[in-house]
Design a protein around this ligand. Structure first.
Ligand code: FDA
Length: 393
């Protein structure tokens, strides 16, 4: 046992990225200190994926990540892949399944992933200290950290304290404070993968709270065919969370409420076969009845379907195929699954996550301006960027 105040590598944040960086550095024989202000490591892993942790995605292509430099994530993702993480999961005999769109989940509990990472840390000789507040960081020659329990020193400092999402769970802007201290540039942050809110312009929406259906949602050049959920405050569900990462204030979202349906052809056919039925009944063939009723009411399209004029039907088709929405905002960091923006990748080596201007300083995980789609991509970024830094620090 060496000096408990001197380490080769200090890692701040025992979340997904920090745990992985600790494993990689520890396996290389580095003495590693992993520090967290929370009592429990990996808190977000525990609650992720509805408690089953969507730990990676089989289809982890670089185009599933947003960043000011869209190529930045490529190198780290290629060096520690979703297959590598899956091999680790299998080594620990964690039973998993593929849910949809390449998303891999534990059959049992997300706690298995935390237990696996902690076991790997232990095997790699990592020193884990939780419940520790870091009060100061300086770099006279080595990195010097002041903690509740005294000073520690390290040659390398890996910052893995995450982003601003879910402050209730201990999220802080600490990574950005450290970046500012060392003159590392920051891309403005924003809540991402977050539900939308709407003002009074869409009163019918509130009455639909709880209704869910598959839609095609488009915004800012991206489109997602996944479920949408009406909430008491606006819209959520995977499709909305996905487009929220591309949405900027004053932009409209376009929603196709009947993806894959040729409504003009369907309506022509139903005029022949179901002319006496009401529009809401016809729409109810492919969407929840409550939504079908709301659209029928809104369009003033009551009465037998066969009696509706073409102008009304065209308006219904436009309403369903290209519903244009102007959110007033989002639910913010309190509900955002991740933080968009962060440490500017221009300052980092894409191979090692090291700050090129500050030898020994690294930023990884959600703190960095790399934001994945919903579906296991953000954990894969945490594993890959953590691995890259752990192999270099
Ligand atoms: P993470 O936030 O995990 O860890 C940061 C650590 O730093 C924490 O342990 C924190 O306590 C510590 N810390 C913060 N400030 C500190 C300070 N000042 N001093 C010391 N320590 C400090 N992604 C995915 O791919 N699949 C999924 O299923 C889900 N599900 C999901 C559900 C919910 C509800 C949320 C909020 C998020 C997800 N995510 C997800 C996103 C995923 O959780 C996220 O991308 C990763 O946890 C990011 O990993 P990091 O290690 O970068 O940060």
């Amino acid at each position: 046992m060496g000096d408990p105040r001197r380490f080769d590598v200090a890692i701040l944040g025992a979340g997904a990225a920090g745990l992985m960086a600790a494993i990689a550095a520890g396996r290389r024989g580095r003495s590693v200190l992993l520090l967290d202000h929370a009592e429990e490591p990996g808190a977000k892993i525990v609650i992720s994926g509805g408690g089953r942790c969507n730990f990676t995605n089989r289809d982890c292509k670089p185009d599933r990540f947003q960043s000011q430099n869209p190529h930045f994530a490529r190198s780290a993702l290629a060096r520690y892949t979703s297959a590598d993480f899956l091999a680790l999961v299998e080594k620990h005999k964690i039973v998993w399944h593929e849910k949809t769109l390449g998303q891999l989940f534990c059959d049992g509990s997300a706690r298995q992933i935390v237990a696996m990472l902690l076991a790997e840390c232990e095997a790699a000789g990592v020193t884990l200290r939780t419940g520790q507040r870091i009060t100061d960081i300086s770099r006279p020659d080595r990195f010097r950290l002041m903690t509740d329990e005294g000073a520690v020193e390290a040659d390398s400092l890996i910052v893995a304290t995450g982003g601003l999402s879910i402050p209730k769970m201990g999220a802080t802007g600490f990574a950005y404070d450290i970046a500012r201290r060392f003159d590392v540039p920051i891309v403005p942050t924003m809540p991402a993968l977050v539900p939308f809110t709407f003002g009074d312009e869409q009163p019918a929406m509130r009455t639909l709270a709880g209704v869910s259906l598959e839609v095609m949602a488009r915004c800012g050049g991206a489109s997602f065919r996944e479920a949408m959920l009406f909430t008491h405050r606006g819209l959520s569900g995977p499709s909305m969370l996905q487009v929220s990462s591309y949405w900027r204030e004053d932009q409209q979202i376009h929603v196709d409420l009947a993806p894959g349906q040729d409504l003009a052809a369907l309506f022509r056919q139903r005029r022949q076969t179901r002319g006496k039925a009401e529009l809401q009944t016809i729409l109810g063939e492919f969407m929840p009845l409550r939504l079908a009723q709301a659209v029928t009411l809104e369009q003033g399209a009551s009465g037998p379907f066969g009696g509706l004029n073409q102008v009304t039907l065209n308006a219904v088709i436009e309403r369903l195929k290209d519903w244009r929405l102007s959110p007033t905002g989002t639910e913010g960091y309190a509900k955002a699954e991740v933080t968009g923006g962060g440490i500017d990748t221009k300052a980092l080596s894409s191979k090692t996550m090291a700050v090129t201007a500050v030898p020994g300083l690294f930023f990884i995980g959600e703190a960095v301006d790399v934001t994945g789609w919903l579906g296991g991509y953000n954990f894969q970024w945490a594993w890959s960027s953590g691995w890259a830094a752990g192999m270099a620090a």
